[in-house]
Design a protein around this ligand. Structure first.
Ligand SMILES: C[S@@+](CC[C@H](N)C(=O)[O-])C[C@H]1O[C@@H](n2cnc3c(N)ncnc32)[C@H](O)[C@@H]1O
Length: 246
């Protein structure tokens, strides 16, 4: 099991990009608002909080990451959470599940720390025919549709906090949903939705460039919402997932 890694310079540079890039704040602000809307009232844990931007949208959330940083409340590996059983009402994760080495171990831990009826909301890469081209050829993280996401691999001492397989969420919640429900009966899948057509990739995310001016992000996201039912299955870049602890 990987322990907490030391503070990384990446997190400081992500915070600087957040401060300097209005289009990034507009796109991710929309993500955080959608996630917060789904939460129950009560104590909320964020895993893989990285540069810590959830705090702008949800005061009082407990922000954690496997890396340490001064703005985080604790170092916590999602696969071995340093919290009491049933002490959280919600778990929030933005782009974290696909970095977790051992998904079964993570889901067992998440089920343990959530109260019955508690919620877990995640936003992750979606692998669709068009997004797959972008994620495979223009994104540094791998896409391995052949991995068994229900296997429990032995912990690798070389693994870093950004090692990933972007296919994991799509495999768990779309391609092998029936297996998910069989393997993790503690969770009910309340919502699995496509999100993000063109605005997110054009914004460049945490890269310094953006092809969309910040003032156009909101109106374009409204237009996207109207197109998601039609175009989502072919080109959505994001998967929005809401689970409930039984
Ligand atoms: C792509 S970043 C996302 C950061 C942040 N949520 C955001 O959207 O800006 C993935 C984060 O997950 C963290 N992470 C990776 N493996 C983890 C694990 N096993 N437990 C907790 N956090 C982990 C990394 O350190 C990193 O901060």
């Amino acid at each position: 099991m990987p322990g907490a890694a030391p503070a990384a310079a990446h997190l400081d540079s992500y915070r600087a990009t957040w401060r300097n890039k209005a289009a990034l704040r507009a796109v991710y602000g929309d993500y955080y608002r959608r996630m917060v809307k789904q939460l129950n009232p009560g104590p909320t844990l964020e895993l893989g909080a990285g540069s810590g931007q959830l705090r702008e949208h949800l005061k009082g959330a407990v922000l954690t990451d496997i890396q340490t940083a001064p703005w985080l409340d604790a170092a916590a590996d999602a696969q071995a959470l340093p919290f009491r059983t049933a002490c959280f009402e919600n778990i929030v994760m933005l782009d974290v599940l696909h970095h977790v080495e051992n998904p079964p171990q993570f889901f067992a831990e998440a089920a343990r720390v959530l109260r019955p009826g508690g919620r877990m909301v995640m936003l992750e890469p979606a692998i669709t025919p068009l997004s797959a081209l972008f994620y495979r050829y223009l994104h540094p993280e791998p896409v391995d549709m052949g991995q068994d996401p229900f296997a429990s691999p032995a912990a690798s001492p070389e693994r870093g906090p950004y090692d990933a397989n972007q296919a994991i969420p799509t495999l768990l919640f779309r391609r092998q949903r029936a297996r998910f429900e069989h393997h993790f009966p503690d969770f009910r899948l309340l919502l699995v939705r496509n999100l993000s057509l063109f605005v997110y990739p054009l914004s460049g995310g945490y890269r310094r460039w953006s092809l969309v001016p910040a003032f156009l992000v909101r109106p374009l996201l409204c237009a996207e919402d109207g197109l998601l039912v039609l175009l989502g299955p072919v080109m959505a870049f994001r998967l929005f997932v809401l689970l409930e602890r039984r």
